[in-house]
Structures are given as structure tokens and as C-alpha cells.
Design a protein around this ligand. Structure first.
Ligand code: FAD
Length: 443
């Protein structure tokens, strides 16, 4: 597929991956039509198609950089809209492997918008671009094709109970999330489905918003308690716009937080460190807890297919969806949009280089999420030597990072997707870890 061969692209799904893909495609195509089955209003309300929006959504440092690159000034706009920001480490109180790692300013600002507010700002920016049309309240029901299925020519849509029609396009981009129907559509057209990796984690989330007295968290904007194999439950309490805080409780391998108010508080009380529970006890709840279930990390290897129709691409969670506790999904959607831009810049947009480029963007975050989950004996999957090495090394690094800000900074830069995990194995960092052996009983 050559970009010169067409003028119109249709993007399926108007969440983060679809919005960012549409932004990049608007530079290369005359018309971009973004379709979503939800009504997409100007404001920042929760919506059905993005139920995860009711839970804590951290935008990693790398994601913020790419978003600002795609929409210059976006984070400035969010700050004007009252979104709290802080340093990725200095303003984050982080308990990991049972240790509170040291905090210093690493010069990487992090934003704490609610998910609906972030999405509404990105959507508003996209709508202003020439040639972009947002079609909401419209469900995509299938693909249309020609040449015996070797070229996708657009999509079938449903706008009402009995109203079906077709939108023709030179390029169709599926950004409909982890329930994407592309594997089934490929099968119906006579193609092989992509090989799929799945790592089951059986994660449960429950979230609730609070009004906390000013200064409850000191200068911290986020308190994060990671789960450990010994205690498979964690939590994040973050400041958001509108002077509220959101608390997300999360448990792995069936250790799900309850969504009734009393059970929710009791779950917070059993966290290893009391900081979060003490903070919410001083606050006023603003709503009832809501729950979410996340069964498995899933990665579809479109990059390994040898046959695929022209005129079709897949992006975002539809390619790879991560255990949400690592906070990577939106950042990876941004990295995939960047990969799309790189392939477009060659002048020829073909599915094979696109999926290969996307696979490169996904490799590191997948290794962090899937590798981290495999530290839990109850999670089934192949534990390569590299995964075992990291899962043995990281708790020691965290213990050393209690008093060594160089190590907490290095770790934070990896989880913010600013540096690769291998950077933690630099000789000077290994030496720092070895010099500070963990003491028995914590710290
Ligand atoms: C509980 C939870 C917490 C998370 N926390 C974080 C976090 O802290 N940080 C982070 O970066 N990421 C987080 N994520 C991941 C993040 O939400 C996603 O990675 C991100 O939204 C990108 O997904 P997407 O756009 O590919 O798909 P989705 O967000 O799933 O959106 C799919 C879109 O497609 C539309 N759609 C679906 N089917 C159709 C159809 N047939 N016709 C028309 N429209 C359709 C839907 O309405 C929706 O708008 C979290 C995820 C979960 C589940």
C-alpha cells in the first residue's frame, strides 16, 4: 500500500490509540474519519467504551514526551485546566518490593489528569486538524474487501437498530482495543490469525475518589505501593484535577479488592505500609468504589504473519494489552503512533514494516509487564534466563534504592520507558546494588 495510492483513511475506535493514530495519519492523508460507537461529547465524562477510565491512569514520562510532540503544548493546556504535575520521582512516594525507595528530582515531569480529561483534550486537539472528521455513536460491524479479500476497502457501520451502511477508505486502521475483531475478520477472509501470547494474571481493580485535606500527602502527588509475590495486592493514590484524589486498589491472581465501601477500606488497611489508608481516613469519599477485572496480558504477533490484506493496519491495545498496574498502555499507544509516523515518512506504508516497527516499540514494555508478572509463582509462562535474572535482581536493587537515589532514579527511568531495563545492569549500578545488601526485616 503506497500512501500516494489513497486519500481517505478510516480509524476504528476513538480512544487513545485511535486518536493518536488519526493525528499522525492526518499529516499524510487528505481525509481522516475516526469512528467510535460511543457518543463523544466535548466534555470529559466517563464513557462506556472506556470503562478503565474510572481507574487511576498514569501517563508515563515517555508518553508525555510523545504526546507533546504530536500535539505541541498539550501538557501546558492540561496544567492550565488544573491538572496536577510533579517530578516523576521527587513527587512520587513509591513502595516497591516492600521498600520505600528514595526520592529526588530527576527533571522528568509527570502529569496526573483523570483519563477522561486527558482523552477529551487530545480529542479536542484532533478535531481542529484539517481533514479530520469524528463520527460518534456508530458501531463498526465488519470490513469490506475486494480482489478476493486481498485488499480492504473500508468498513460496514451501524448507526441505529436497522441502519447499516459502508464507509469506503483507502486505509482502515483498527484501534478498537483488546476486544478487536481483526483476528476473526482475518479468519473469515481466509487468512491465518496472528499467533497470540497470553499471560494470565487475573487482576482485579477497585477505585474510589476522595477529597483530602490540603497537604495530606505533603509534596507527593502519587503514593504507589506495588504488589509482591508475598503480598499480591497493591494500590495507587493520586492527586487529580478538581482538587480530588483517586485511590485504585489492585490485586493479582484472584486477590481482588471488594467494591463495597467497607470492604474497600478494609483492603486498603491491609496494605503493607499505612500511608494510603491513613490518608483516606482523613478524607471524604466522593463516590462509591467501582470494580474492573483484567484477565491477562495479551500480545498478538501481527509482525510474524506472512500474509495480510493490503489497506488494513491494527494499533494500540488491539495489538498488545498489558497488565494495567504498570501504567503503560497509553504510552505504548503513543509509541506505536510514532512508529506509524516513521513508516509513513518512508513514503510507502506497507503492513509488514509497520507491524515490525510496532513490535519493536512493544518489546520493552511487554518484557517489563510480562516479565514482572512472572515473578509470581502462580503466574504461568516461560521464565527465560533474562526474566529470572531480573526478578532476582530487582528486589535487591529496590532495597539498595532506599538510601541510594541514583538507583531509584535509574529504576524510575526504566519504568517510565525512558531507558531500557538493561540499563539497570550497567556495571556501576550493579556495584551500587552489591555494596548495599538488603538488611533482614525490610529496608
Ligand atoms: C483498569 C485499567 C487501568 C489502566 N491504567 C493505565 C494507566 O495507568 N496508564 C496507561 O497508560 N494505560 C493504562 N491502561 C491502558 C489504557 O487504558 C489503554 O492502553 C489505552 O486506552 C489505549 O487503548 P486503545 O485506544 O487501544 O483501546 P481502548 O481504550 O480499549 O479503546 C477502544 C475504543 O474503541 C471503541 N470501539 C470498540 N469497538 C468498537 C466498534 N465495533 N465500533 C466502534 N467503536 C468501537 C470503544 O468505544 C473505545 O473508544 C489501563 C487499562 C485498564 C484496563
Amino acid at each position: 500500500m503506497n500512501t500516494d495510492a489513497g486519500h481517505h483513511v478510516v480509524v476504528l475506535g476513538g480512544s487513545m490509540a485511535g486518536l493518536l493514530a488519526a493525528r499522525v495519519l492526518a499529516d499524510a492523508y487528505e481525509r481522516v474519519t475516526l469512528i467510535d460507537r460511543d457518543q463523544l461529547f466535548e466534555d470529559s465524562d466517563h464513557r462506556r467504551g472506556v470503562p478503565q477510565g474510572r481507574h487511576l491512569h498514569a501517563l508515563l514520562a515517555r508518553g508525555r514526551q510523545v504526546l507533546d510532540d504530536l500535539f505541541p503544548g498539550l501538557t501546558g493546556d492540561l496544567a492550565i485546566a488544573g491538572v496536577p504535575s510533579g517530578d516523576l520521582l521527587d513527587n512520587v512516594r513509591w513502595f516497591v518490593s516492600g521498600h520505600r525507595i528514595s526520592q529526588i528530582d530527576i527533571g522528568q515531569s509527570m502529569l496526573f489528569p483523570s483519563r477522561p480529561l486527558l482523552e477529551s483534550h487530545v480529542r479536542a486537539r484532533l478535531r481542529k486538524l484539517p481533514g479530520v472528521t469524528v463520527v460518534d455513536g456508530t458501531t463498526v460491524t465488519g470490513l469490506t474487501s475486494s480482489d478476493g479479500g486481498s485488499r480492504i476497502t473500508g468498513v460496514r457501520i451501524r448507526t441505529g437498530p436497522d441502519t447499516e451502511s459502508v464507509i469506503e477508505a483507502d486505509l482502515t486502521v483498527d484501534a478498537t482495543g483488546r476486544r478487536s475483531r481483526t483476528p476473526a475478520w482475518l479468519d473469515a477472509l481466509g487468512y491465518l490469525k496472528p499467533v497470540t501470547e497470553e499471560i494470565r494474571v487475573d487482576v482485579g481493580y477497585a477505585s474510589r475518589s476522595y477529597r483530602l485535606p490540603p497537604g495530606t500527602l505533603g509534596t507527593d502527588k502519587l503514593i504507589l505501593q506495588n504488589w509482591t509475590p508475598a503480598r499480591p495486592y497493591g494500590a495507587g493514590l493520586a492527586e487529580q484535577e478538581g482538587g480530588r484524589h483517586i485511590l485504585t486498589l489492585a490485586g493479582l491472581l484472584g486477590n481482588h479488592p471488594p467494591s463495597d465501601p467497607a470492604g474497600f477500606s478494609a483492603y486498603a488497611a491491609q496494605l503493607e505500609y499505612p500511608d494510603i489508608h491513613q490518608a483516606i481516613q482523613q478524607g471524604e469519599p466522593l463516590d462509591d468504589p467501582v470494580a474492573f477485572r483484567y484477565p491477562a496480558n495479551v500480545r498478538h504477533h501481527y509482525d510474524r504473519l506472512s500474509r495480510f490484506p493490503n489497506g488494513l493496519l491494527v494499533i494500540g491495545d488491539a495489538i498488545c494489552s498489558f497488565n494495567p498496574f504498570y501504567g503503560q498502555g497509553m504510552t505504548v499507544a503513543a509509541l506505536q503512533a510514532q512508529a506509524l509516523r516513521e513508516v509513513l515518512s518512508t513514503g510507502t506504508l506497507h503492513w509488514r514494516p509497520f507491524f515490525r516497527q510496532v513490535a519493536r516499540a512493544v518489546d520493552v514494555p511487554w518484557s517489563i509487564a510480562a516479565g514482572g508478572d512472572l515473578a509470581f509463582p502462580g503466574v504461568v509462562g516461560r521464565r527465560t534466563a533474562k526474566i529470572r535474572l531480573f526478578n532476582a535482581y530487582l528486589p535487591r536493587l529496590h532495597a539498595a534504592a532506599v538510601h541510594d537515589p541514583t538507583l531509584s532514579a535509574a529504576f524510575t527511568r526504566v519504568t517510565g520507558l525512558l531507558e531500557p531495563p538493561e540499563s539497570l545492569l550497567r556495571p556501576d549500578r550493579i556495584l551500587r546494588v552489591l555494596r548495599r545488601r538488603p538488611r533482614i526485616g525490610g529496608e
